[in-house]
Design a protein around this ligand. Structure first.
Ligand SMILES: Cc1cc2nc3c(=O)[nH]c(=O)nc-3n(C[C@H](O)[C@H](O)[C@H](O)COP(=O)(O)O)c2cc1C
Length: 330
């Protein structure tokens, strides 16, 4: 059984990765229903939060049904991070996750996200200060290192644990790799095999099939799998992994009816949460995966991803069900 602080998250939990403009309340709800054991918000800027920037504040919305849920924040300035811990606490998450892994230039150039991998002492002291500033568990999500020559993740993870970090999720790529190449899980296993480690070590990067999730558990011995891209437009990924663990067999893929139903709920929840315009816009990226593999689908996909009003998108869903209702997904 893995535990994050006092929170029991089960045996080899599946965690929904924080993903910008993806891991919002509607999508988290769908993933939770399909068996995600822990979900995270997308990253939220500490500077945005303390400026009370509306977009950052809205990202703090969490709902009872999705617990345990972690709110992820990023930043590199101690004072801003501590202030944002207080703001985040008021939303009542189960844990606060620090993003020490984002590779994008605008974050890294300010020393935040993966930028902090160039200053491990600061990474550790920020974590320690945040741990001391809240009763909530502080968790960390990071990468293997800045680049391949500077990987010190075993030492880094141990230092984070020693200052009170309650769980660590490690993406098996360096910052220099961005998203290129394959995720390397061997260094994550080294973190786990360090006899001094006692907090959960979750693996992340390229868990894109039930078999890969099982490999992460059985070959690499990690405590859980954090899943990102494989779940985009495919919240069923969580139930497929769980079914495979239980039976050794693959769950049949969702039918067209189930896909249309999920896509409709997704869109409706998104509209309810952030309004018509943003709801329509930000749900678009999921549709390709919801309806992957259907021949001659372009016309419908275009309607879904270019319509500005939800009525047209809902109409496209109905048309798809009518035209392709019997399509057999593999
Ligand atoms: C669209 C997108 C947005 C992301 N946003 C975040 C984020 O806000 N915070 C974070 O820690 N990682 C973020 N990531 C990285 C993922 O959490 C994860 O580490 C990465 O995608 C590798 O896992 P995967 O192979 O399962 O997708 C993002 C990834 C994607 C694809």
């Amino acid at each position: 059984m893995a535990k994050i602080g006092n929170i029991d998250v089960g045996d080899f939990p599946l965690l929904l990765a924080p993903m910008e403009d993806v891991s919002d309340p509607p999508f988290r709800a769908l993933c939770k229903e399909q068996g995600a054991d822990v979900v995270f918000t997308e990253f939220i800027s500490s500077e945005g939060l303390i400026r009370d920037a509306a977009k950052s504040v809205m990202k703090l919305d969490i709902y009872e049904k999705e617990r345990p849920v972690g709110i992820q924040i990023f930043g590199a300035v101690l004072d801003s991070m501590l202030q944002s811990v207080e703001i985040v606490e008021a939303s009542g998450p189960d844990m606060i996750d620090i993003n020490f892994g984002c590779p994008v230039k605008k974050v890294v150039s300010k020393g935040a996200g993966a930028g902090i991998l160039k200053d491990i002492d600061l990474m550790v002291s920020l974590t320690e200060a945040m741990v001391k500033h809240t009763k909530l568990p502080i968790t960390v999500k990071t990468r293997l290192g800045w680049d391949y020559d500077s990987i010190k993740i075993v030492e880094v993870a141990e230092r984070l644990q020693d200052v009170g970090c309650q769980a660590i999720s490690i993406h098996g790529r360096t910052r220099a790799q961005m998203y290129k190449g394959d995720a390397d899980w061997a260094p994550i296993a080294e973190v786990k095999n360090n006899s001094r480690m006692h907090i959960p070590v979750f693996g992340n990067g390229d868990v894109n099939s039930p078999e890969r999730a099982m490999e992460m558990r059985d070959k690499y011995g990690l405590d859980g799998a954090m899943i990102g891209r494989a779940s985009i437009g495919y919240p069923w990924f969580f139930s497929e992994v769980k079914h495979y663990f239980k039976t050794g067999e693959h769950l049949a893929p969702p039918t067209m009816e189930e896909r249309v139903y999920a896509a409709k709920r997704h869109l409706q929840m998104a509209i309810d949460w952030k309004g018509e315009k943003l709801g329509v816009f930000e749900t678009r990226r999921h549709y390709t995966n919801y309806f992957k593999g259907i021949p001659d689908f372009k016309e419908y996909r275009m309607k879904m991803v270019t319509s500005d009003d939800s009525a047209s998108v809902f109409e496209a869903f109905d048309e798809v069900l009518e035209k392709f209702g019997d399509f057999q997904f593999v």
